[in-house]
Every structure is written in C-alpha cells, then in structure tokens.
Write a protein of this length. Structure first.
Length: 199
C-alpha cells in the first residue's frame, strides 16, 4: 500500500477534513466504500488509457471518490458524483444537471458524449460564446486535450485535471471563467500531499 493511501485513510476519519469544503461548510455524507479493481479497469478501458497508480489505489483502498480537495475526488460507477451543472451561463438551462462521475466529466469535456451538451468554447484561442450548443459533437466547438481527466471540482468553475498523457501525471487547474489552464502540481502524488498538508 502506498504511504499516501494510509495517510488519506487516517485523514478522512475527521469529518471536517474529508474534503476541503467540509472545513468551511460541514456537509459530509457517508463515505463511499472502496470500489473493485474490475470497475477501475472498465473505466480505463472506456477512457482508452490508464489512470495514475495512486488514484487506482485510492479508489480500491480508500473509497470511490468523495474525499480530497474541493468537493472531493470524482468517483467511478456507484461512487461520488458531482453533477455537471448546465445553468451557469444560460438562464434557459437553470436547474439542469447531468452525470457527475469521472467518466461523465471527461467525455463531456472531450465533447464526445452525444448525451451531454458541449460548450461552444475554444480552449486554445480563449474565444467563447458563453452558451451551450447542440449536443452533437463537432470540430471547432470544444477543444479539450486528450487524456486530460477532470478529477475534482473546486467550485466557481475551477476544475482540477490530471494529465494522463504524461508519466508523472501532472495536475492542472482549468479556470472556466478565465478560460485558462495552469499547472497546479508536477505530479498527482504532490497534489494529494498538498491537500493532506493544508487540511
């Protein structure tokens, strides 16, 4: 077992330290039990690439999401779901939510899930019409990086992502209001370590 896994297990026993938001606004629910490795493998198969080894251990040894920075690490099937909220920019969509697991967030941001609306936003140029568009994916509507996996919602449209294309698994933060992607920590392990040290 990775030493960080043991520290997370101990850390989350305190309800105010289960997630960053719990220290400010206590809202802890029951912890999600760990998931099985077959669930992790199924998600990785659907994604087409592997998740960080530490994240796999957290899912199978600690819990299926719902703990960690912000509102908590997104879960896999049957775990913590942080619904995608589609009323942030368009009043006509008030109250609409969908999905919420790690795989839902990834395929929504990739613009490849026909069941999910995609944003009319170009991450490279920063241009946005600030509207949700037809849920049919198409070129030029939503440019997101392959293997960049949303892992946690910090609130105020701040989404933490893991770059699974790089062996160190750097963690980046996407600021949806400024349309900026910036490096948060050089590794996923450092991101977990930082959360443990701060909370």
């Amino acid at each position: 077992m990775h030493p960080l896994v043991q520290r997370v297990l101990k850390h989350i026993q305190d309800p105010q330290r289960t997630t960053t938001i719990n220290a400010v606004v206590p809202r802890r629910r029951d912890l999600f039990p760990p998931t099985r490795m077959v669930v992790v493998a199924t998600v990785e198969s659907r994604l087409g690439f592997g998740l960080p080894p530490l994240l796999r251990e957290l899912y199978t040894q600690v819990g299926n999401g719902g703990f960690g920075p912000g509102y908590g690490i997104l879960g896999l099937e049957g775990g913590f779901a942080d619904p995608l909220i589609f009323d942030l920019l368009d009043p006509a969509l008030v109250g609409q939510t969908q999905g919420g697991t790690l795989i839902d967030w990834y395929f929504t941001y990739r613009g490849t899930d026909p069941a999910m609306p995609e944003l009319d936003l170009d991450l490279i140029s920063g241009k946005s019409s600030a509207m949700f568009v037809d849920p049919k994916p198409g070129p030029g509507t939503w440019d997101w990086f392959d293997k960049l996996v949303p892992i946690a919602n910090l609130g105020c449209w701040q989404i933490v992502c893991i770059d699974c294309a790089k062996p160190a698994y750097p963690v980046l933060c996407y600021d949806g209001q400024q349309c900026q992607l910036r490096l948060s920590t050089p590794t996923f392990e450092a991101w977990i370590e930082g959360w443990l040290a701060k909370s």
